[in-house]
Design a protein around this ligand. Structure first.
Ligand code: GTB
Length: 215
């Protein structure tokens, strides 16, 4: 059955792989499933055809036969459940890997998104200069905890899983802030994720659409 996902017609990040279709592409590459991409403009995202797939008018979405999904976490979880390669077989190890998906999205990502909002959308506000250090420290607190848990392991719980895929994707959004470099084991963890052939294919596929032409 053909899998079709949606992605930005042109991502505002110019091909850095930060838009969330990259997470879905990466998951599909890890499990070896081919997929098609329907590119949507910001305007089309808010029109009825897309809203029928995604009630909040965003990307990515996922279609497979008569199944239509939205929310990256749910999509990656579905891919990991349906195709082998992203979740361990052992029931307890599987439950722990799923826990890391939720931890990445519900506990680690919120302060990181808050930081992006403060740095990008609120940069011109008079109170941002005073607030930014507080927001950065909230991110640091989470990273300290995550760094302590990861220790010198390669991945969060045994072999690479969907939990690592989402966690690495979440941490990647921090790169431009420089904060990730304060935690060498987390920087190395992210680099291990980026070095995976499946990530490289996913990154290259989105970059091919979004990178501004050279010259
Ligand atoms: N919770 C949803 C999920 O995980 O799927 C959030 C989806 C989401 O935020 N989608 C964004 C979107 O469609 C694109 S990924 N935005 C358009 C809109 O809301 O109108 C978020 C994103 C966008 C841009 C960058 N960037 O340029 O660096 C990074 C991440």
């Amino acid at each position: 059955m053909t899998i079709t996902i949606t992605a930005f017609e042109r991502s505002p990040d110019g091909g850095q792989g930060l838009a969330r279709d990259t997470r879905v592409r990466w998951a599909l590459e890890e499990v070896g499933q081919p997929y098609e991409v329907r590119l949507v403009s910001f305007r089309a995202m808010k029109e009825p055809a897309h809203l029928a797939l995604h009630p909040f008018g965003q990307i990515p979405t996922y279609e497979e036969g008569d199944l239509a999904l939205f929310e990256t976490g749910a999509i990656v979880f579905h891919i990991a459940e349906r195709y082998a390669g992203l979740l361990p077989k052992d029931a307890n190890a599987r439950a722990r890997a799923i826990t890391w998906i939720f931890a990445a999205l519900n506990t680690v990502e919120p302060p990181i998104l808050e930081l992006s909002t403060a740095r990008i959308l609120e940069s011109d506000k008079p109170w941002t200069k005073e607030r930014l250090p507080l927001v950065e420290d909230r991110v640091r607190n989470r990273l300290h905890q995550l760094s302590d848990r990861l220790g010198d392991a390669d991945w969060l719980d045994g072999g690479f899983s969907a939990g690592d895929l989402i966690m690495v994707s979440v941490l990647l959004r921090l790169r431009s802030s420089g904060i990730l470099n304060e935690f060498p084991n987390l920087s190395d963890y992210v680099a291990r994720g980026e070095a995976r052939p499946a990530y490289k294919r996913a990154f290259a596929a989105q970059a091919a659409i979004n990178k501004p032409p050279a010259g």
